[in-house]
Design a binder for this molecule. Structure first.
Ligand code: S3P
Length: 428
């Protein structure tokens, strides 16, 4: 599918962004492992989270999905059953890595695979520490790549110091640790998103956090309950940047998650001179949220590095779009993780934006962008990456001529109604 975007004046109105992708995955998995019923409201019915639901069903968990509401009959920590077929995680790294943690601790075997992109993504960062905790995982390249088989295993727990700040690594180990009789401790170089920790606490697990170290006592019983997922800040990011760079825009985005481990985009947009307000702050299920009001503003370049990177890792492609229209230099460092996302996002950003006349210099671990730049029209490709498709669409709002985006269907991964929402704002 392809979509053509033309610059058409200010964006005004209210945007209800879909539910948080990371929290939706975790709510489904932990609801399945809890005892009793869990109802999830505000669930993201995107392809990634639906892949998690399908895998959980194959593991014997009754789940009904009705739009953004999901009912789960939790089976408890001992209730999963051997799947009859391969579990397909599609494009979703979160599904694969988190389920590896769960499956490593089961008394049965299960095979996990994914699409061509996911089969290239590094799994050793999860399988190696899981093995050190007692897991038996075999597969391509000594367990580095999907497809992978989890053989029956008993998890001992233990301590792991992760070399990468990755919520998927941390969460896989915590999920495995739930099934051990001992203690599991995970440290990371910088804090990555902590939704797993917050949700575990909300469902009754014995978990504590000190700095960037999290400690979980195994064998706790989780209790099912109502979970309300906030809007996804990573989805809001496209409209926050769009409204910032299109003169005369003003958008309200109600009920967006503002967990501090995710708000790097807000910090950076404000440092760039963006006009943002966080209204009506509140907290539900341990996750803070607010209504975000954004107005257009002249932006200036910034440097982004270090501990900020995990807090905005998925927003760097759209921040690159913002930097193109900002005065001065933007330098992004310490973002080598972008090379192992749905696509190599450093290369993809530099190459796809250059098709519109942009000059973006990729480095080993980041990007250098001198702004402001004038973009031309042209044809660009999402490379099957939802975040590339949406970032290119945002930049197209300031291009001198129409921009056609091929592979536009990729948005279904995390933002099924993205194109309709963008087009309705442009018409209003
Ligand atoms: C996610 C964690 C991040 C992020 C991904 C979702 C999660 O990946 O990029 O989109 O839900 O845990 P890493 O944990 O690999 O950094």
């Amino acid at each position: 599918m392809q979509v053509t975007i033309s610059a058409q004046g200010p964006l005004q109105g209210t945007v209800q962004v879909p539910g948080d992708k990371s929290i939706s995955h975790r709510a489904a998995i932990l609801g399945a492992l809890a005892e009793g019923e869990t109802t999830i409201e505000g669930f993201l019915p995107g392809d990634d989270c639906l892949a998690t639901v399908t895998c959980l069903r194959q593991l014997g968990v009754p789940i009904i999905v009705d739009g953004q509401t999901v009912q789960i009959q939790g089976v408890g920590l001992t209730g999963l059953r051997e799947p009859e077929d391969v579990l397909n995680c599609g494009n979703s790294g979160t599904t694969a890595r988190l389920l590896l943690g769960v499956l490593a601790a089961q008394p049965f075997s299960a095979v996990l695979t994914g699409d061509a992109s996911l089969r290239q993504r590094p799994m050793g960062r999860v399988t190696e520490p899981l093995r050190s905790f007692g897991a038996h995982i075999v597969g391509r390249q000594q367990g580095q790549l999907l497809p992978l088989t989890c053989l029956p295993g008993t998890i001992r727990g233990g301590c792991y110091r992760s070399p990468v700040a990755s919520a998927q690594v941390k969460s896989a180990l915590l999920l495995a640790g739930l099934f051990s009789s001992g203690m599991t401790q995970v440290s990371e170089p910088y804090l990555s998103r902590d939704h797993t920790e917050r949700l575990l606490a909300c469902l009754g697990a014995d978990i504590s956090v000190q700095g960037t170290t999290v400690t979980l006592q195994g064998s706790a019983r989780l209790r099912g309950r109502l979970l309300q997922v906030p809007g996804d800040l990573s989805a809001a990011a496209y409209f926050l940047v769009a409204a910032s760079i299109v003169p005369g825009s003003e958008l309200l985005l109600p009920n967006v998650g503002i967990n501090p481990s995710r708000t790097g985009l807000l910090t950076v947009l404000q440092a760039m001179g963006g006009k943002l307000q966080l209204l009506n702050r509140r907290e539900i299920n341990g996750e803070p949220r607010a209504d975000l009001l954004v107005r257009s503003a002249p932006l200036r370049g910034v440097e982004i590095s270090g501990a900020l990177i995990p807090k905005l890792i998925d927003e760097l492609p759209v921040l690159a779009a913002a930097a193109l229209f900002a005065g001065g230099k933007t330098i992004i460092r310490d973002a080598q993780e972008l090379r192992v996302k749905e696509t190599d996002r450093l290369a993809a950003v530099a190459e796809e934006f250059s098709k519109l006349g942009a000059v973006i210099t990729p480095t080993a671990d980041g990007l250098i962008i001198d702004g402001p730049q004038q973009l031309q029209g042209g044809t660009v490709d999402s490379r099957g990456d939802h975040r590339m498709a949406m970032s290119l669409a945002v930049a197209a709002l300031r291009a001198a001529a129409p921009v056609t985006i091929t592979g536009a269907e990729a948005v279904a991964i995390s933002y099924p109604h993205f194109w309709e929402t963008l087009q309705s704002l442009q018409r209003s």
